[in-house]
Write a protein that binds this ligand. Structure first.
Ligand code: E4P
Length: 225
């Protein structure tokens, strides 16, 4: 399962990219707004931190068809290869997704709340569909189940499209989708850090080092005399 950082905090992206097995970064207009900077500068900086080989997802903001297409071209020109344009999964978005596919521009149908909405984005030609797990759960529905249903539809219909599950509140939601074989998830920096963060883990690692030090007087194999 590929793991993306759903964040535009450059320091967090730099840290996670250095230490964690990260496949790229996803953004949306609200995430970019939190930086209070020119979004083009933020996006170029993210590209520079993650390198050319990792993928960045950037959303077209315009609400009309021509605007979405123009935004997509601008995003691709700004960020180069391994860039995916997020397009809202609404009727005008389905039209834009189909047109961009013809141009060879990969898209992610975003803002997905229902399984059949995911089906439409995939059928229109999106390379990814992004269901919003926690936002669905906040509405009183089962977000995990919606993602599973979309995965089942993609498999059954044979669309060349992957799920990019998004909007998580905790590790458990991510774990359930990993166990189901979902291809991609995107999580905030804090949720990713939470995968391997608790006092028991830290305590176990500290105990190994202090036991070794009690035996040898040093804290690494290479320092052995
Ligand atoms: C990603 O595509 C979404 O924009 C994002 O994950 C939404 O997350 P939120 O519900 O935490 O805002």
């Amino acid at each position: 399962m590929k793991l993306f950082i759903d964040d535009a905090d450059i320091d967090a992206i730099r840290y996670l990219t250095e230490y964690y097995p990260i496949d790229g970064v996803t953004t949306n207009p609200s995430i970019l707004a939190k930086t209070k900077r020119d979004p083009r500068e933020t996006l170029k900086q993210i590209r520079s931190v993650i390198g050319e080989e990792r993928t960045i997802f950037v959303q077209a903001v315009a609400a009309d068809y021509e605007g979405m297409i123009n935004d997509a071209h601008m995003i691709m020109d700004l960020l180069g290869k391994n860039t995916v344009v997020k397009i809202p999964s609404v009727p005008v978005g389905f039209k834009a997704i189909a047109a961009l596919k013809k141009e060879g521009i990969p898209t992610c149908g975003t803002a997905v709340y229902t399984a059949m909405q995911g089906y439409l984005a995939a059928k229109a030609g999106a390379s990814y569909v992004a269901p919003y797990v926690n936002r669905i759960e906040n509405m009183g529905y089962d977000g995990i189940q919606v993602v599973r249903e979309i995965q089942d539809i993609l498999d059954a219909c044979g669309y060349d499209c992957q799920v990019l599950a998004a909007s998580f509140k905790n590790s458990r939601q991510v774990k359930e989708l990993a166990a189901y074989g979902i291809d991609n998830v995107t999580c905030s920096a804090d949720i990713i850090k939470g995968f391997a963060k608790n006092a028991a883990i830290d305590g176990a690692v500290e105990d190994f080092i202090s036991d070794f030090q009690a035996l040898t007087g040093v804290t690494s194999m290479t320092d052995l005399k």
